[in-house]
Design a protein around this ligand. Structure first.
Ligand code: FAD
Length: 384
C-alpha cells in the first residue's frame, strides 16, 4: 500500500472537495433541518461521475478502485455525511447492477444509475431480520415468466425517493444459501412505502419500510444466479463498510477543521483556546485518532482492491474503528466549542447526529467484532 496519493488521486480529492464546498456546503444545514432529499445535488454529482465511482465502465461507471472512491467520499463527508452516505449506498447498488446484472438489466438501468439520473436503494434488513440478515423472510417465487415477491423490508435508505430497489429475497431453503438478489423498479405495482422514519440524524435522506405484495419482477432482473443473493449482499457490504467508514473519517476531519478555526479565534482568560494545554491534548488526540482511522480504512480498501483473502475482516475492523473514532472526534470537537457547539449555527451538532448511525448500520459494530473474532479465533487468521 502506497501511503502517498498519486497525482490522479489528488485530482479526484480536489474535485470532490470543490464539489462539496460548492454544492453541499451552502445547503447541508437546511437539508438537515427541513429534511430535504437533495435530488438535484445528487444529479449534479452524477455529471461528475460521483454516482458510479467504482461501477464498471461498461454501464458508464468510472471503474475506479475502492481506495479512490474512499478518498472521494471522505472529502464530501467532511461537509455533509448524510448526503454523502446516501451517495455511497447508491454507488454500491450501481456497482452491483454493473457486476451481477443481466445484459438486459445493465442496458435498462446501468447508464441511468451511473449518471445519477435514477437512484437506487439497498434492501436487506427486515423487521425481524437485522443483524441476523440470513434469516430474512421476504419470498421470491418463480412463476412462469417472472418472480413474484412478497414480504417486508425495514430501514431502507432513500426509499420513497429512489427509482430502483436491490432486494434480497428467499427463493430457496432457510439460511444464506436460499437467498437471491433482485433489481426491482421502485414503482412496480404491489410495492408500498411506510411513513418517513423520524431520525436523530441522516435527515437529508429518507428512511422507510417497504412492503411487497405480489410484486412481479422480470426473470432478467435477478442478480447473479439463484442462491447467490446473500453472497452478493455481503460483497456489497464489504465495500459499503469502507464507504461508511470513509464518511466517518471525513466527518471527523470536518469537525477538526471547524474546531481548529474556532479555537484560534476564541479568547477566554485573555488567551485563545489554543493556548490551554488541556485543549491542545484533546485536539492532538482527535487528530491522532482520525489519522489512524484513515490509514485503517485505506488499508482495508487496498485489501479489497487486491482481492486479499482476509479483506472482509479488514473491512470489518476499519468500519468498527473508524466509525467509533469518527463519532468520538465529532463529540470532542463539539465540546471544544463550548455552548456554541450545541447551536445549529455551527455544523458540530449535525456531525455528531449524522455519525452516530455509522456505528449501527451496514452491520452494527458488535457484528463487526463477531466477524473479527471469528477470523482470529475460529479460523486462526493472524491479521499481521
Ligand atoms: C438510518 C438507518 C438507515 C438504514 N439503512 C439501511 C438500508 O438502506 N438497507 C438495509 O438493508 N438496512 C438499513 N438499515 C438497517 C441496519 O443495517 C440495521 O438496523 C442493523 O443491521 C441492525 O439491525 P437491527 O436494527 O435489527 O438490530 P438487531 O439486529 O436487533 O440488534 C440489536 C442489538 O443487538 C446487537 N446484536 C445482535 N446480534 C448480536 C450478536 N450476535 N452478538 C452481539 N451483539 C448482537 C446489535 O449489535 C444491536 O446492538 C438502516 C438502519 C438505520 C438506523
Amino acid at each position: 500500500m502506497d501511503i502517498e496519493l498519486n497525482e490522479e488521486q489528488k485530482a479526484f480529492v480536489q474535485l470532490a472537495k470543490d464539489f462539496a464546498y460548492g454544492v453541499f456546503a451552502p445547503h447541508a444545514a437546511q437539508w438537515d433541518q427541513e429534511e430535504i432529499f437533495p435530488r438535484d445535488a445528487l444529479r449534479e454529482a452524477g455529471t461528475l461521475g460521483l454516482c458510479s465511482l467504482y461501477a464498471s465502465t461498461e454501464i458508464g461507471g468510472l471503474g475506479l478502485s475502492r481506495l479512490d472512491a474512499s478518498l472521494v467520499f471522505e472529502e464530501m463527508a467532511a461537509i455533509d455525511p448524510s448526503t454523502t452516505a446516501f451517495l455511497t449506498i447508491h454507488n454500491m447498488a450501481t456497482w452491483m447492477v454493473g457486476l451481477w446484472g443481466s445484459a438486459r438489466l445493465r442496458k435498462d438501468w446501468g447508464p441511468f444509475l451511473a449518471t445519477g439520473e435514477k437512484l437506487a436503494s439497498y434492501c436487506l434488513t427486515e423487521p425481524d431480520a437485522g443483524s441476523d440478515a440470513a434469516s430474512l423472510r421476504t419470498s421470491a417465487e418463480l412463476k412462469n415468466d417472472c418472480y413474484v415477491l412478497n414480504g417486508a423490508k425495514a430501514f431502507i435508505s432513500g426509499a420513497g425517493e429512489t427509482d430502483l430497489l436491490i432486494v434480497m429475497a428467499r427463493t430457496g431453503a432457510a439460511g444464506a444459501s436460499g437467498i437471491s438478489a433482485f433489481a426491482v423498479p421502485a414503482n412496480t405495482p404491489g410495492i408500498t412505502y411506510g411513513r418517513k422514519e423520524r431520525k436523530m440524524g441522516w435527515n437529508s435522506q429518507s428512511t422507510r419500510a417497504i412492503t411487497f405484495d405480489q410484486v412481479e419482477v422480470p426473470l432478467e432482473y435477478l442478480l447473479g444466479q439463484e442462491g447467490e443473493g446473500f453472497k452478493i449482499a455481503m460483497r456489497g457490504l464489504d465495500g459499503g463498510r469502507i464507504n461508511i467508514a470513509s464518511c466517518s473519517v471525513g466527518a471527523a476531519q470536518g469537525a477538526i477543521d471547524t474546531a481548529k478555526t474556532y479555537m484560534q479565534g476564541r479568547k477566554q482568560f485573555n488567551q485563545t483556546l489554543t493556548s490551554f494545554q488541556a485543549l491542545q491534548f484533546k485536539f492532538a488526540d482527535m487528530v491522532t485518532h482520525t489519522v489512524a482511522a484513515r490509514q485503517m480504512v485505506r488499508l482495508a480498501a487496498c485489501k479489497l482492491d487486491s482481492g486479499a483473502a482476509d479483506a472482509s475482516t479488514y473491512c470489518a475492523m476499519a468500519k468498527r474503528f473508524a466509525t467509533d473514532a469518527g463519532f468520538t472526534v465529532c463529540l470532542d470537537a463539539q465540546q471544544l466549542l463550548g455552548g456554541y457547539g450545541y447551536l445549529k449555527d455551527y455544523p458540530l451538532e449535525r456531525l455528531v447526529r449524522d455519525t452516530r448511525v455509522h456505528q449501527i448500520l451496514e452491520g452494527t459494530n458488535e457484528i463487526m467484532r463477531v466477524i473479527i473474532a471469528r477470523h482470529v479465533l475460529e479460523k486462526d487468521g493472524d491479521l499481521k
